[in-house]
Design a protein around this ligand. Structure first.
Ligand code: CTP
Length: 479
């Protein structure tokens, strides 16, 4: 639904009053354009970046605006793109001179010449992003909509203002943007626009991986990312960015044994998890949790299909994927890797009788990621068998409450051994040696198995016993 509010409401912030005054003395046609106008008309939260286009030198206007403001903020100039930006505490104002633009075939660097507002609107990506509001005194607040952007907003359509082949070959990133807007706004892509994306999909190759990832992030932040992910796939874009995910496609059947389609399953898991978390990297983990299944898939009679070790293989693939897409190889990547690696652990527990020791081990191994891991595993339940669905969820409730019980009793999370290596060395007059590791491991295992409580006295007794078994002499005196 397009807002019925008068356009003047979009310009209520005092910043526009100031712009109006500057534009009056600037005396060249100047407009607010792009996302700010679109989001106002859709009654979405207004973005804090405001794009301003002027028929003339955008950088000079930016300077004039900055000079008119309290504290005269700095103007950042991006010469390559012919734009200038002013950051205030509330807004980022981006200025550009209206232009005609054409791009070289293999580059995103445009050849620019100045033009009219019409020219500028022509070169924009979508009709819904080409809507402009006048900041000029004679028609202040008037909406200029040469491509029926309002009609496309009403009908929920993403469409290019010009021949889509031209718009997309000018800037192939727009193909991802089309899908991202469709996903964010729950719009559809006009058939001729979509056909052009399919035709030009290979041109995505000239776009930097970082910019592609930015769009992927935005799709993953949507309430139902499967919409965007499926469109990416249908458009032929997904296999260029995430071939590990498209490799999960398909169901094979041998001797009556079928496996599930892990591609669609993955998207279901992503949608499921989005209902429970806003954490971007947890959503990434959901998207990648099964990528190890493609390379590990085997048919083993009489068992059927196996994906042995897919969690380990998948976690290794996460590193290569992050590297290829120039994503950060830091704690975010390690977080995703660990979740992928552990993604089957809780379900294995939940399928069986939930024992204390299995829960204790899970708490120990997952550490701070425990909550997120369980959230991922619950999202992973996509079985269409209602009995199994109910049973798995019930078992996860048992796992959750057991985690609370065990944790309250044994403090396994962020486990600190009750006896240190140094203490063991002193007790047995040992130099650094493998016996210390063996004793520490024995104590840790006994705690995790529930054979002894996570307490000093019990650990001491076990240490003495194990030390003797290793032929060591215990010297309680030195303690
Ligand atoms: N634009 C374009 N082609 C691009 C990027 C941007 O034509 N590849 C134009 C569109 O008119 C867009 C405006 O520049 O509305 C501002 O771009 P940007 O800030 O990236 O997008 P928004 O539309 O503001 O939306 P979002 O902030 O969600 O990306």
């Amino acid at each position: 639904m397009v807002s019925k509010k008068p356009i003047s409401e979009a310009l209520q912030n005092p910043i526009f009053e100031n712009l109006r005054k500057v534009v009056l003395s600037w005396n060249k046609p100047t407009f607010v354009i792009g996302g700010f106008v679109r989001d106002f008309l859709l009654e979405r939260a207004l973005p804090n970046d405001i794009d301003i286009v002027t028929v003339g030198d955008g950088m000079a206007l930016a300077q004039k605006v900055a000079d008119s403001m309290k504290n005269s903020p700095q103007v950042q100039r991006f010469k390559n793109f012919g734009t200038a930006m002013i950051k205030t505490s509330d807004f980022e104002l981006e200025f550009v001179g209206a232009r005609r633009e054409s791009y070289q075939k293999d580059s995103r660097k445009p050849q620019i010449s100045s033009g009219s507002l019409e020219d500028d609107q022509n070169r924009r990506d979508f009709t819904i992003n080409a809507l402009a509001i006048s900041l000029n005194d004679h028609n202040y607040g008037e909406l200029l909509d040469p491509f029926n952007g309002i009609r496309d907003l009403e009908n929920g359509i993403i469409r290019t203002p010009l021949d889509p082949d031209l718009t997309f070959s000018d800037d192939p990133l727009r193909m991802l943007r089309a899908v991202r807007f469709a996903s964010q706004l729950n719009f559809s892509i006009a058939p001729e626009t979509f056909a052009s994306i399919q035709k030009n999909a290979a041109r995505l190759g000239i776009i930097s991986r970082e910019r592609c990832v930015e769009e992927l992030h935005k799709i993953l932040k949507c309430p139902k990312p499967s919409k965007g992910l499926l469109l990416l796939d249908e458009a032929g874009l997904l296999e260029q960015i995430l071939p590990e995910v498209t490799a999960l496609k398909g169901i094979e059947e041998i001797d009556g044994h079928k496996h599930k389609d892990n591609f669609y399953h993955t998207f279901e898991v992503v949608d499921n998890i989005c209902a429970h978390t806003d954490k971007l990297w947890l959503r990434w983990a959901a998207l990648l949790h099964d990528i190890g299944k493609a390379p590990t898939k085997k048919f083993k009679p009489p068992t059927g299909w196996t994906f042995h070790g897919h969690e380990f293989v998948g976690s290794k693939m996460v590193y290569r994927l992050f590297k290829r897409l120039k994503m950060p190889l830091n704690d975010k990547m390690k977080y995703v890797q660990k979740l992928v690696l552990m993604s089957s652990r809780p379900i294995v527990i939940a399928e069986d009788i939930v024992t204390d020791s299995a829960v204790r081990r899970l708490i120990f191994d997952a550490g701070d990621l425990l909550e997120d891991l369980i959230t991922l595993c619950e999202a992973d339940i996509t079985t269409k068998n209602p009995k199994r669905f109910a049973r798995y969820h019930k078992n996860f409730q048992i796992v959750r409450s057991k985690i609370d019980d065990v944790e309250a009793r044994d403090h396994i999370r962020n486990f600190q051994p009750p006896i240190s290596g140094e203490f063991i060395m002193k007790s047995f007059h040992l130099k650094p040696s493998k016996e210390i590791g063996i004793i520490k491991e024995t104590i840790k295992e006994a705690i995790l198995e529930g054979e002894i409580p996570n307490e000093f006295e019990a650990a001491l007794a076990l240490m003495i016993k194990k030390g003797k078994a290793l032929g060591l002499t215990y010297d309680g005196e030195t303690l």
